[in-house]
Write a protein that binds this ligand. Structure first.
Ligand code: ZN
Length: 173
């Protein structure tokens, strides 16, 4: 994507992530694996350092995939008792609410500011801002729900064939 003051690179990465899932319900500690896909971006301001910006975008994508994989494993159902970790789910929802409030605050402030303009923009800008804000918020919430769903793709390492974890893995492709 070209921007007026430089070039922004976006890279995507799909990494196998391995982490230990610790269940607060049955205390089972299970090594689990999930393939996490994420994007990362970096900007070369004034088109200086394009190569390193591309490398940075790739590193950011890998970093994002690694941390996404870890949170997916933390959110996954326990292979032993099939329950999700309540604290992990609560933390996940708290982050979702915090970021959603931030988005609402930023766009809300923009809409209030635009309403004070003394022109036709006072009508058009708040409506436009509200629409863009709603799209942005909707996209974010859908992405969070997808992350929670994708946590079901995490499988226990060495899970026996035909077990609950193996069934989940084949259902996910
Ligand atoms: Zn458990």
């Amino acid at each position: 994507m070209r921007i007026p003051y430089g070039a922004t690179f976006t890279a995507s990465a799909a990494l196998p992530v391995v982490d230990t899932h610790t269940c607060p319900h049955c205390q089972a500690a299970t090594p689990m694996r999930v393939v996490a896909g994420a994007e990362g971006s970096a900007t070369a301001f004034l088109w200086i350092g394009m190569k390193s910006a591309l490398a940075r975008a790739e590193r950011n994508a890998e970093k994002n995939a690694a941390s996404l994989g870890k949170s997916q494993i933390a959110l996954a159902r326990c292979p032993a008792c099939n329950l999700r970790s309540a604290p992990a789910v609560t933390r996940f929802h708290l982050v979702t609410v915090a970021v959603a409030l931030l988005i609402l605050g930023v766009f809300g402030a923009g809409v209030v500011w635009a309403t004070g303009l003394e022109s036709i923009l006072a009508l058009a800008l708040p409506i436009l801002g509200g629409l863009i804000g709603a799209l942005f918020l909707g996209g974010f919430l859908l992405g969070r729900r997808a992350t929670l769903r994708a946590s079901d793709a995490a499988v226990a390492i060495g899970a026996p064939e035909g077990g609950a974890a193996a069934a989940t893995a084949s259902a996910q492709g």
